[in-house]
Every structure is written in structure tokens, then in C-alpha cells.
Design a protein around this ligand. Sequence first.
Ligand code: PMP
Length: 288
Amino acid sequence: MKIYLDGKFVDKAEAKISVFDHGLLYGDGIFEGIRLYSGNVFRLEEHLERLEYSAKAIMLKMPWSRKEIADATCETCRQNGLTDGYIRLVVTRGVGDLGLSPWLCPVPSIFIIADKINLYPQEYYEKGLDIVTVPTRRVNAAAFSPAIKSLNYLNNILAKMEARQAGVQEAIMLNDQGYVAECTGDNIFIVHKGEIITPAASQGALKGITRGAIFDVAREIGVPIREDNLTRYDIWNADEAFLTGTAAETVPVVKLDGREVGNGKPGPIFQKVLADFRRRVVTEGTRI
Ligand code: PMP
């Protein structure tokens, strides 16, 4: 496997960064998770725009143009002979001293890994997920905006561990006001009386690229879609619920906190959403 690291392609075993890199010491860095479908990178421009927004939010000046990063991303896929896969693009603050000071890290690092995708088990899509709400709240936007896709995922990891302790695969995280924010690595949607509803990004959700695609899918299949505040009660009493994310694509939720959602089976609107999404991913995208 060839990894893109700071302008060069290196073997996986040689792809190393310093223990003084602040991405490692402090989670001081940003990343994107991107999908490659049939030789097309899905929504690459949107991922790179979100990366730029994350960089701006943490005041990390990236010395590479968007085109340079896009070219490196596509080249990493080609170098590894991939037509379908998962791409991890990481930008770290770079090497500094042991203090926090990012201004003592003069050169950011960039690396890109393109690998085969570890698909979610097929039964998740057929039977749906049983999920729970966990005690760990999504980080308050006034403390650290959840819209920043940073290398500090401990908030989400703690929630993920709580889900596992409860014997399920995913967790709903609430925001500090008790409204539904998102899951540990996915956005959430419900279907209620023929409408699709998802929490606004301002409620503590990452502005998912897949989430954005679902808005286009909904328009295509003629189902109204909007953002609104959601409580656990709204999900318990929804007709359908589903999650979205680059790795998961879109996966149905059939139980939350021991309550069946709808009739406890993936619903008809979810099925339509999934079909249009899967059609879209192989036709849209940047050819590598
Ligand atoms: N929320 C969080 C916390 C995430 O890490 C992700 C990405 N895995 C998402 C939502 C979904 O975003 P996207 O559709 O861009 O993958």
C-alpha cells in the first residue's frame, strides 16, 4: 500500500510522522473521510471545502491549493489500484515542542490513505439497527464546534463505548440542551407523517456530506425534507429513522432506547432513499 505523505508516496511501513506532531500530542489537526465508488470520488469538492472550513476554524493555514489536494487524493487511489474504497485525508498542525503553542509548529503535515472499504454488515441494512441514547453529551458548540472535523474524537469515542456497553452498535448523542445532535460517526434522520426531518447542524451535528446528499435524494424522490429540533420522544414516535455517513452510507434504525421505531422494520421511505443514494454514488463524483 502506498500512502501520500507530505508530497511523496511512501510504503505503508515507511509512512510515519513525528511523536512531536501536535496532531498526535493534542489532537491538533483535521481530517476527512471520503468514499470512492467505481472510480469516482463522491463529492470531493464538498469534502475539500469542509476541510478548508475546519482549517480556518482552527486557524491552520494549509499551504496547498484545493486542486493540489484533490490531485493528491485521486493519485493516491490510482497508486493503490483502487476503484472502490475509503479515503482518509488528514492534516496535522505539524511538529512543535511539548507545549500547546501551535505557532511553534511551522509546517503542517498532510497524509492520505486510500484503502478497501470495510463495509458494514449487510444485515444492518436489511434488519436495521437497535441503538440507545448515551449519557455523554455532544460537545457544546461554545466550547468546541462539532462542525469542525478535528482529530479529537474522544467525545464521540466515549459515546461509542457507552453504546457498546449497552450491547448496541451506535449511540444517539444529545446536545447540552437535551436535543438530539447526531450519532458517534453518523447523522440522524427521522420520517414522520411523510416528511423527512434531521437536526440542524447548529444543534451539534457535523454537516455531513452524506446528510447533504440526502437533501438532494429527498427532492429527487419527492419527499419533503427539513431541519428541526428533535427530542428522543420524536424518534421513539417516528414512522422511520435512519443514519447517514460516508462509511455507513444510509442505514435504518429500528429501535431506540428499547422502543421500536415505526413497526420495527426498515420503512418504505428509507428504501427509496437508499435506492436513489446508491444510484447517485456511482454516477456522481470526480473521476480519479
Ligand atoms: N457525524 C460525525 C461525528 C462524523 O464523524 C461523521 C463522519 N463519519 C458524520 C456525522 C457523517 O458525515 P459524512 O456524511 O460527511 O461522512
